[in-house]
Design a protein around this ligand. Structure first.
Ligand SMILES: Cc1cc2nc3c(=O)[nH]c(=O)nc-3n(C[C@H](O)[C@H](O)[C@H](O)COP(=O)(O)O)c2cc1C
Length: 199
């Protein structure tokens, strides 16, 4: 049962991964909602105010170029014995199943006091802000992280420097008619807690 002590609890428990195959690619996402997702992402915590999150947004025909690039990189980087035709197909198809796909990038700052890991963590917080905002609006979202995102070819495609990273593709879209908001589960939090009392 969902606790209703705070509205945010409901949103956090409601947030789900919605895969592109469940999305209606023809149903547009209003620009005001996209703006709100991005504004909320921009309010993520950031050590040293480096604000390392960068969003490269694909819509319309550019989604096809993204799919083609993902397929080319998968073909080029996958050893023959690991190659899967279904994966190749999905990489090309996923971007056109969602009306909006964002490449979520980390632009490495130049403050030497901030470790790279903290820049990555800040971007992850930004994605969570976006994912929760999407869930609150009933909009589906999927964070995908195929290994090819770390290739030089992908960096070049996204105009990233060598020290920057693409941490994921974030697919956004409304559920297709007939699809239901997915369910998920977690193991008990009690297994993940240790109250340390050494006094
Ligand atoms: C950093 C990160 C990367 C992820 N990458 C993938 C991915 O490549 N493929 C995938 O199917 N799901 C990916 N996911 C989504 C998880 O599969 C999903 O969160 C999990 O199944 C739990 O479902 P829920 O988000 O609906 O609770 C990723 C999630 C995170 C946090």
């Amino acid at each position: 049962m969902i606790s209703k002590t705070f509205p945010i609890t409901e949103i956090i428990r409601h947030r789900r991964t919605v895969k592109p195959a469940m999305m209606d690619s023809d149903l547009d996402i209003p620009m005001e909602l996209i703006d709100e997702l991005l504004e909320n992402a921009n309010w993520a915590p950031t050590h040293g105010f480096t604000e390392p999150w960068r969003f490269k947004i694909f819509s319309g025909n550019s989604r096809k170029s993204l799919g083609k690039k993902l397929q080319d990189l998968y073909s080029a980087h996958t050893p023959d014995d690991q190659f899967r035709q279904d994966k190749l197909n999905k990489l090309g198809k996923n971007p056109i199943l969602a009306p909006i796909v964002m490449a979520i990038c980390m632009e490495r700052g130049d403050n030497p006091k901030i470790p790279e890991l903290e820049e990555i963590e800040a971007v992850a917080c930004a994605i969570q802000n976006m994912h929760l905002t999407a869930a609150a609006a009933g909009l589906g979202a999927f964070w995908s992280s195929p290994p090819i995102l770390g290739t030089d070819g992908m960096r070049e495609f996204l105009s990233l420097r060598e020290i920057d990273r693409c941490l994921g593709l974030f697919y956004l879209g409304w559920l297709k008619e007939g699809e239901n908001w997915p369910k998920s589960s977690r193991g008990p939090v009690s297994n993940k807690i240790e109250w340390v009392d050494k006094s």
